[in-house]
Design a protein around this ligand. Structure first.
Ligand code: ADP
Ligand code: MG
Length: 324
């Protein structure tokens, strides 16, 4: 069982930041509105994600650590309509096969909290009582300790932490209603309070910098069932790498979207320059496949042309109105 999970881990678990991504997405799926991420030594030594979500019942803990166990999908038909972030049911099993992972949790109304750990070649799960508030904590110690080849590919502590930091920023922009804390070696590096409603600019400033906000252009466009909203900076020159895009709440690095944005910015950009943006595309779940890549960064739109042209036009209109 461990070997099969390790093979799967090869696809999903590239580096500490990919572990953080899977764990934080699980917390969001569990309805948490406060998530704390603790990192030691760039994630080489420890990755800990603690949330105040719904928790996992004692009887479900063993299942949560086994491969292809997901509580989020009842049948194959659900795959199309799935809206939760994780659905393949292999993140925890994969990560626990290449690290020393402890899953601790407590559900509302439960009198005790339990910790689960999978050990040995057969990944046998051991349960023990622990003290834990309602919610879940996943601790990942010594990532890749048993896969020396992968361990060798880990970069310096600083580099790995930079990837985690960037990931947390991306998540911070995707769910402004969730409070996030990121610590490295015990020091608070990022702290985003939960926001609701109309003061979203506060988090935008915290994540993207006040400069991005000073030259901001807000847009909100609808065409048929498509909606594009968010912000474009009128000073893209100063922010070459501020490009955040979300499709139905998921972070995406998508070629089609990038292309549409470039087209909209058109002659405004010099060679090698990029526009700065934070954009949210919303469309019916049955018009998009999100399962294209295991790391889930890419999407496939059923009507790619329609989506591309809608984004390009919405942005071009907004830019034209701004008189840029
Ligand atoms: P997936 O997210 O694809 O379902 P995972 O391996 O990431 O697969 O998680 C397995 C299962 O464990 C989830 O379906 C969920 O039921 C449970 N789980 C994992 N993390 C959490 C969490 N932070 N809070 C509550 N339940 C969780
Ligand atoms: Mg998951």
């Amino acid at each position: 069982a461990r070997l099969a999970n390790q093979i799967a881990a090869g696809e999903v678990v590239e580096r500490p930041a990919s572990v953080v991504k899977e764990l934080v997405e699980n917390s969001i799926d569990a309805g948490a509105n406060r998530i704390e991420v603790d990192i030691e030594k760039g994630g080489h030594r420890l990755i800990r994600v603690r949330d105040n979500g719904g928790g996992i019942a004692k009887e479900e803990l063993t299942l949560a650590l086994s491969r292809h166990a997901t509580s989020k999908i009842a049948s194959l038909d659900d795959l199309e309509a799935i809206m939760s972030l994780g659905f393949r049911g292999e993140a925890l099993a994969s990560v626990s096969s290449v690290s020393r992972l402890t899953l601790s949790s407590r559900t509302e109304g439960a009198s005790e909290a339990w910790a689960a750990q999978a050990e040995g070649r057969d990944m046998e799960v051991k349960l023990s009582p622990v003290a834990h508030p309602v919610g879940t904590t996943v601790e990942v110690h010594d990532l890749f300790f048993n896969t020396p080849a992968r361990r060798k590919f880990l970069k310096a502590e600083k580099t790995e932490f930079a990837h985690i930091d960037e990931l947390v920023r991306r998540i911070a922009l995707s769910r402004m209603d969730v409070a996030l804390v990121l610590r490295h070696n015990g020091k608070v590096m990022r702290q985003y309070p939960a926001l609701r409603g109309d003061n979203l600019d506060a988090r935008l400033g915290a994540v993207c910098g006040q400069d991005f906000c000073r030259h901001l252009l807000a847009l909100d466009n609808q065409h048929q069932a498509l909606r594009l909203w968010g912000w474009v900076s009128e000073a893209p020159r100063n922010h070459p790498d501020l490009q955040y895009c979300y499709v139905n709440g998921r972070m995406m690095k998508d070629k089609l979207i990038n292309h549409a944005v470039r087209e909209a910015f058109g002659g405004r950009l010099a060679e090698g320059q990029h526009g700065a943006y934070v954009l949210y595309l919303e469309l019916p779940a049955n018009q998009v496949d999100v399962n294209v890549h295991p790391a889930k960064h890419e999407v496939r739109f059923h009507d790619a042309r329609l989506v591309h042209d809608f984004i390009a036009r919405a942005l071009a209109d907004a830019l034209a109105q701004s008189g840029l």
